[in-house]
Structure formats: structure tokens, C-alpha cells
Design a protein around this ligand. Structure first.
Ligand code: DX5
Ligand code: ZN
Length: 219
């Protein structure tokens, strides 16, 4: 089953309530919360996302999918656990070594959350094979993290295929999530390669009818 996680990164200010309620009515499976610290990536959305996610917690029952693009993963886990997300994903590149990767995985689990690990386009998938048995989701960045509205890097399709083959061989039950440049043209390709959670921001928020685009991306 394919699920859609709508990134609210590019949500228009002043239209928060109607956007969130509209997305819920259109049956997005998750709200994708892009947390940026101005260090791991240039942009800083940290406080805005804390504000948005606690607002979503108040007005909606839908699960939140928190994507941490930050250097201080430990602090972000503690700050964003308070909004009781369904899943917290952090970047492999933000960790100093594999021990730290395992520490963050355990810390997220201690907060009763599912765990995701994410890699940037230039990081090889093989580098994280040994931690996959401990996570629920692997988030493959299909653009360089940092901003919405970019074009999917087509080489990432091979990466998704490699991961799908590996988890099938090893009989691992993990979700393959993809993030960046997902639209009606790229969605069929990433799904065919093995992705089962699709993050989309621009494609959904710019559409005239959220339900039509979400259904189309999912099918
Ligand atoms: C990029 C973010 C994404 C992105 C998705 O750093 O992680 O979630 O904004 O937006 P679109 O769908 O516009 O590429
Ligand atoms: Zn994201």
C-alpha cells in the first residue's frame, strides 16, 4: 500500500487552518514536518515547525512524520517528541559514528515513536545496511535537502531499487519513503522502484484540488 505524506514546508502564511483541514479532508496519510536548523541545511524552520506541529496536534488527529534536517539531533528529538509524532526521522550524515546512530534510534523509541533514518543523495545506501534492522523507515532524499520545489535527481531511482532488493532479500519489514520533487510524473517511477511512502509538498499544495492530486499520487 502506498501512503502520502504532505510536506507543509511551503504552506502559505495566513492559510494554515484551511490548508491543514483541507489536507485532512483529502485524506493525506501524514503531515510531513520539515525541521531545518540553519546549520545542517541553510534554512531555519525550527521554531515555525514547532509552532505548526503543535497547532496540527490541536486541530487534527492525523499522524505526523517529522523529518529532522538538523545537527543537534538529540535536542530536536526531545523538542519534537512533545507533539507526539508517529515517526521521527533523522539524517545519517548528522551522526558522528554508528554508535551515535544507535543512540538516536533508541532515544526515539524511548519516546514511543517509530524511527526513520534518512540519507542525502550523495550518501551510498550500502553505508546504512547494518542499521536497517533497527528502524521502521528509510527515507531516501531524492533532492538535496534544504528547500521545496526542486527537481528529483533521477539517479535516486536506482538507489530505491537497490534498497528494495536488499530489504526483500533480508526479509526486513521497513517502509521506503522518498522525499523531494515528487509529482505526477515522478511518482509512478519511485513507486515502481519500491517506494511506499511518498512525500510531496509543492505538487499537493499548488494543486487546485488536494483530494484529486493525493488520490492520483497514491494509486
Ligand atoms: C526538502 C524537504 C522536502 C521537500 C518536499 O529538504 O525535505 O520535504 O520540501 O517538497 P517538494 O515536494 O516541493 O519537493
Ligand atoms: Zn522532508
Amino acid at each position: 500500500m502506498v501512503e502520502i505524506s504532505t510536506s507543509i514546508l511551503s504552506m502559505k502564511e495566513g492559510e494554515e487552518a484551511q490548508t491543514i483541514l483541507g489536507l485532512e479532508a483529502a485524506k493525506t496519510d501524514y503531515f510531513h514536518i520539515d525541521v531545518m536548523d540553519g546549520k545542517f541545511v541553510e534554512k531555519d524552520t525550527y521554531n515555525k515547525m514547532l509552532e505548526y506541529s503543535s497547532y496540527i496536534r490541536r486541530i487534527s488527529n492525523l499522524p505526523m512524520d517529522v523529518h529532522l534536517m538538523v545537527e543537534n539531533v538529540e535536542k530536536a528529538i526531545s523538542d519534537f517528541s512533545t507533539i507526539e509524532p508517529n515517526i521521527i526521522t533523522f539524517h545519517y550524515e548528522a551522526c558522528k559514528d554508528k554508535n551515535e546512530v544507535m543512540e538516536f534510534i533508541n532515544l526515539i523509541k524511548d519516546n514511543n515513536c517509530k524511527v526513520g533514518i534518512s540519507i542525502k543523495p550523495t550518501t551510498k545506501i550500502e553505508e546504512i545496511y547494518d542499521v536497517l534492522p533497527y528502524v521502521h523507515t528509510c527515507l531516501i532524499m531524492t533532492v538535496e535537502p534544504g528547500k521545496g520545489g526542486q527537481t528529483l535527481i533521477t539517479d535516486m531511482i536506482d538507489k530505491i531499487e537497490t534498497l528494495k532488493k536488499y530489504i526483500t532479500e533480508k526479509d526486513l519489514e521497513i517502509d521506503i519513503e522518498v522525499d523531494g520533487g515528487i509529482n505526477l510524473v515522478t511518482a509512478p517511477k519511485v513507486k515502481e522502484a519500491g517506494a511506499n511512502i511518498l512525500v510531496a509538498g509543492t505538487a499537493i499544495l499548488k494543486a487546485t484540488d488536494y483530494k484529486v492530486i493525493i488520490d492520483e499520487l497514491r494509486k
